[in-house]
Ligand binder design. Structure first.
Ligand code: ATP
Ligand code: MG
Length: 237
């Protein structure tokens, strides 16, 4: 990577759910920074707050304290309309269970978000590079889980986002398909230079990351740069 510019800067980030006896502190003062163009993998046990962290970065939930700077802009002080604009302009989100619209074809699922962007990628080109072009007129239920996840990645990518947030993107996929999806993410990172945060249970995936964050009990217990990431194709678990 050439010169490193901080893209996501999180300071003292706090989040809790519930009140009184039911109060649960999920994020207890998170500090980290992620450079532009990095692949960052966040690991941590179930319930450690990984999805919560991603949702806060994605502007889907409000923080209780601290700041989240993305591209120099503090999300925690943005007005709702500006937060919406941030999500439309900057972000792609990929979920474990794809969240495709069942009544839209593969192509239409991708086109829906293309309209949100001022600089969308060409949908047919993207379908080809996702290996979905011949499936473009099928509905999600007519293609495999891996193809549905490719479509979900396409839907996130067609906006040409600066930041791609992925919550357990391979959690519902078999070994071979998981590796294909990770290779696709690696390709996307190289081709478009987007910053990618991948949340996962699978520690093997951390080997392809530039940065590895490990979350435990609401705190980051490890924040390490990986000087020589392994190609996604070389991962094994
Ligand atoms: N909306 C909510 N209301 C109350 N508690 C919540 C809410 N969302 C999450 N939690 C709790 O916050 C904690 C962290 O949840 P989170 O989903 O961030 O964990 P995670 O690390 O993503 O777990 P997993 O690996 O199982 O997906 C959990 O104990 C969860 O039960
Ligand atoms: Mg989760």
């Amino acid at each position: 990577m050439a010169t490193k510019h901080v893209y996501v800067q999180v300071n003292g980030l706090k989040k809790h759910y519930g009140d009184g006896d039911a109060r649960l502190t999920v994020l207890d003062g998170i500090d980290t920074s992620i450079n532009r163009g990095e692949i960052c993998v966040m690991l941590g046990p179930s319930g450690s707050g990984k999805s919560t962290f991603l949702n806060l970065i994605g502007g889907l939930e409000d923080a209780d304290g601290g700041s989240i700077m993305v591209g120099g802009c503090d999300l925690t002080v943005l007005k709702p309309a500006d937060l919406g604009e941030y999500r439309r302009r900057e972000l792609g989100f990929v979920f474990q269970f794809y969240n495709l619209v069942p009544d839209l074809t593969i192509k239409e699922n991708i086109e829906v978000t293309a309209h949100l962007s001022k600089k969308p990628l060409d949908v047919d080109d993207l379908l080809r590079s996702l290996g979905l072009y011949e499936h473009r007129n099928k509905f999600p239920r007519q293609v495999s889980g891996g193809q549905q996840q490719r479509c979900a990645i396409g839907r996130a990518l067609v906006k040409n986002p600066s930041l791609l947030l992925c919550d357990e993107p391979t959690g519902a996929l078999d070994y071979k398909t998981s590796k294909e999806i990770l290779q696709l993410m690696e390709d996307v990172n190289r081709t478009f230079g987007c910053t990618i945060i991948i949340v996962t249970h699978n520690a093997a995936i951390a080997r392809m990351a530039n940065r590895v964050l490990r979350l435990r009990d609401g705190r980051i217990v490890e924040d390490e740069l990986n000087e020589s990431p392994v190609a996604a194709a070389e991962l094994d678990w």
